[in-house]
Design a protein. Structure first.
Length: 305
């Protein structure tokens, strides 16, 4: 006889083993970073390219492999990994803490607490991770042809001191506001979409006998949908953020895009890219590679988490 499934189990912040939580979450994100780094690198190059060097995502993967080998897909990886432990631990910790307090103290709906928690998590993570993100992205776009960058950094440490010397501390936080504008909505959309999808599927399977298999199907499906939704809806913001953090405006011919990057204004960059390349190109620039990086990571992250 089939029975109605109970409500999904919620684990409160006060029930979490904090030390184990941060250690496991940091280890999890390091593994996920290893998996997702190649499509992130391709996405970054496709978003930055100003002359259409890559025709599509597949040609970009083939080009990187043919000219730079497997190592080419992991440029800037070590720098990126250094930031994973503190920034991602801050991300998950902030999400759980804020989500729990918004729901318990202010009695907001679960969808609201998910949304607020996701946004706050990105704020905490970006504050720690943006400098390393800037360095990693500039290493990513070094393909040896100078089509993306005229500079050559010998590694993460060299990039750090070079940026610090030429642009100051502000250079390390270049695109910080843009990162918040891109990551906070993406995180908020991800968690709220996941929560909404999870509740809908749970009700759909309410007459199915309790099963770990069904629970895992729900988790995987909702993680994939959340990753695709967040990746698609916020891609224009990610394009603008990447341009802000990587394009060397000092040596380029001045136009509306370069001037907006010089002013470090993400909304002016968005408008300039729209005027220069059109809405479709603004939206699809690096979109496939971004979704390829977000969906598997979303599924693995939420499944293990």
């Amino acid at each position: 006889q089939r029975r109605v499934r109970g409500p999904t189990m919620e684990v409160g912040w006060q029930e979490i083993d904090i030390k184990k939580f941060f250690f496991l979450s940091a280890s999890l994100f390091m593994g996920l970073r290893l998996l997702s780094y190649p499509p992130v690198l391709v996405k970054t190059r496709m978003q930055v390219q100003l002359k259409g060097q890559y025709k599509d995502t597949l040609s970009a993967f083939k080009h990187v492999y043919a000219h730079e080998g497997i190592r080419g897909f992991y440029k800037g990886f070590l720098t990126s990994v250094i930031g994973v432990i503190p920034s991602q631990a801050a991300y998950i910790g902030t999400y759980e803490f804020v989500r729990y307090n918004v729901a318990s103290r202010y009695h907001f709906d679960r969808a609201v607490s998910d949304f607020v928690g996701g946004g706050a998590a990105s704020l905490a993570s970006s504050t720690i991770g943006v400098p390393l993100d800037v360095i990693a992205q500039r290493l990513m776009i070094q393909d040896g042809t100078q089509q993306f960058s005229s500079r050559h950094y010998r590694g993460g440490l060299n990039a750090f001191f070079t940026i610090l010397k030429s642009e100051g501390v502000r250079g390390l936080y270049r695109g910080y506001g843009a990162s918040l504008c891109a990551y906070a909505p993406s995180s908020a959309i991800w968690w709220s979409t996941y929560g909404f999808c999870k509740r809908k599927l749970h009700r759909y399977f309410r007459w199915v006998k309790e099963s770990k298999t069904i629970d895992m199907i729900e988790t995987v499906a909702c993680g994939a949908v959340a990753g695709m939704t967040a990746g698609f809806l916020t891609n224009p913001l990610d394009v603008a953020k990447t341009r802000l953090q990587t394009v060397e405006f000092e040596n380029l011919k001045q136009d509306s895009l370069i001037n907006s990057i010089r002013k470090r204004n993400i909304f002016k960059v968005l408008y300039a890219v729209y005027q220069r390349e059109g809405l479709v190109n603004l939206w699809k620039r690096g979109l496939v590679a971004r979704i390829l990086s977000m969906v598997p990571v979303s599924v693995m992250m939420i499944s293990i988490y």
